[in-house]
Design a protein around this ligand. Structure first.
Ligand code: NDP
Ligand code: GDR
Length: 377
């Protein structure tokens, strides 16, 4: 029987890596869109190549870019996929305020370009497409918890670009009968999360401070609340969304919310350190209140964390909480990883990474962090 072929844009990102692994385990022939970069950007999926050496290639990467229609057209034509997962995006909310036009182009028009490629090449009836939509669509929330019917009010150029992508996906479904779906995914994290998203910045930063590699961790709004899940669970939902009898849009979330401050406290505790917050507003600091595992390079009373105005956003999304009832009932999807397990996994991985860096056993790729005292947004 012919193998199912999937094309994954954004395969070099967090979700792309987990999804590629899932699809390969299900016997798919996986094709990924990769942009040319000035340095290696495939480190999250390199192990998938290696594991496949003996069985022949089931993972193939193609150069292309969401801002370049002809490259998309060429790749879709070459691959003739049965399923497309459009995960590629300029995905950082804070960065979208600095690069709004590029974000609109890649995240908004990029989705249109892919849908048009399917239509122009005449594969719209035999190829299904998943669009990586986001809880950022809800922004200034009108209803809690947020479900599929909750009105949108995005609060960033990223959110607005993704709003276009959401509606153009719905429009192509309605206009051309395409199996085109939005997964409205709430925040999901993992040890391979990008280092400038808040959860990974916290686990990475705390571990580096504890091991004496960095003086302090700088953060913005500690009171923001998010519904955080594990990326490994969320890519299963992405796959399930494309396996149904008919196309729908789904909220994918845990239904449980925590603050950034709670994430910090729990991550530090996982590394053997109790943190206490003192002061207010921009002067608030996170201080070491107790140390369970002596051996790090910190002492009681040391300041581990400070607030830096650079990390506040021009317009903030203060609170997000999803209602995954429809996904549970229709897809049979339930998240497997709890918040505590997620923090444990991320904190353990970054603690070990920093320990390796401190011992000088890691290569140049990681060594570059040694010169960064103030992490980027
Ligand atoms: P990442 O930032 O980790 O990955 C983004 C991917 O998109 C990378 O592979 C990147 O390539 C690629 N990319 C960026 N710009 C372009 C472009 N112009 N052309 C082609 N490829 C491009 O994101 P995640 O894996 O976390 O998220 C996946 C998707 O899901 C994104 O669309 C994101 O907006 C969305 N989303 C994410 C959520 C989350 O909590 N993680 C929640 C809801 C939605 P490169 O490696 O070259 O940079
Ligand atoms: P978000 O994730 O904006 O929700 O977008 P991020 O982790 O960047 O921020 C979450 C919350 O933490 C606050 N915060 C900080 N954020 C960052 N990055 N750095 C800081 O120093 C910091 N301090 C506090 C933020 O203000 C915010 O309130 C993510 C991305 O993956 C999107 O692509 C995706 O669509 C949404 O999740 C759902």
């Amino acid at each position: 029987m012919e193998k199912k072929r999937a094309l994954v844009t954004g395969i070099t990102g967090q979700d792309g890596a987990y999804l590629a692994e899932l699809l390969l385990s299900k016997g798919y022939e996986v094709h990924g869109l990769k942009r040319r970069a000035s340095s290696f950007n495939t480190e999250r999926i390199d192990h998938l190549y290696r594991e496949l050496d003996e069985t022949g290639p089931s993972l193939t990467l193609h150069y292309g870019d969401l801002t370049d229609s002809t490259s998309l057209m060429r790749v879709v034509q070459e691959v003739e996929p049965h399923e497309i997962y459009n995960l590629a995006a300029q995905s950082h909310v804070a960065v979208s305020f600095e690069e709004p036009e590029y974000t609109a182009n890649a995240d908004g028009l990029g989705t249109l370009r892919l849908l048009e490629a399917m239509r122009i090449l005449g594969i719209q009836e035999r190829c299904r497409i998943y669009q990586a939509s986001t809880s950022e669509l809800y922004g200034l929330v009108r209803e809690t918890p947020q479900r599929e019917s909750t009105p949108f009010h995005p609060r960033s150029p990223y959110g607005v670009a993704k709003l276009y992508a959401y509606w153009i996906t719905v429009n192509y479904r309605e206009a051309y009968g395409m199996y085109a779906c939005n997964g409205i995914l709430f925040n999901h994290e993992s040890p391979i999360r990008g280092e400038t998203f808040v959860t990974r910045k916290i686990t990475r930063g705390l571990a580096r401070v504890i091991h004496g590699l960095q003086q302090c961790l700088y953060l913005g709004n500690l009171d923001a609340r998010r519904d955080w899940g594990h990326a490994r669970d969320y890519v299963e939902a992405q796959w399930l969304i494309l396996q149904q009898d008919s196309a729908h849009d789904y909220v994918i979330a845990t239904g449980i919310q925590h603050s950034v401050r709670e994430f910090v406290v729990l991550a530090a505790r996982e590394m053997g350190v109790e943190i206490e917050f003192r002061g207010q507003g921009a002067d608030e600091v996170g201080v070491v209140a107790d140390i369970r595992n002596p051996g790090g390079r910190i002492a009681r009373g040391d300041i581990l964390l400070r607030i830096h105005p650079q990390y506040y956003r021009p317009a903030e999304v203060e609170t997000l909480l999803g209602d995954p009832t429809f996904a549970r009932e229709k897809l049979g999807w339930i998240p497997k990883t709890s918040f505590a397990e997620l923090v444990h996994e991320m904190a353990t991985a970054d603690h070990a990474l920093a320990a390796g860096e401190a011992a000088g056993t890691l290569g140049a790729r990681h060594g570059r962090h040694l010169i960064e005292s103030l992490p980027k947004p």
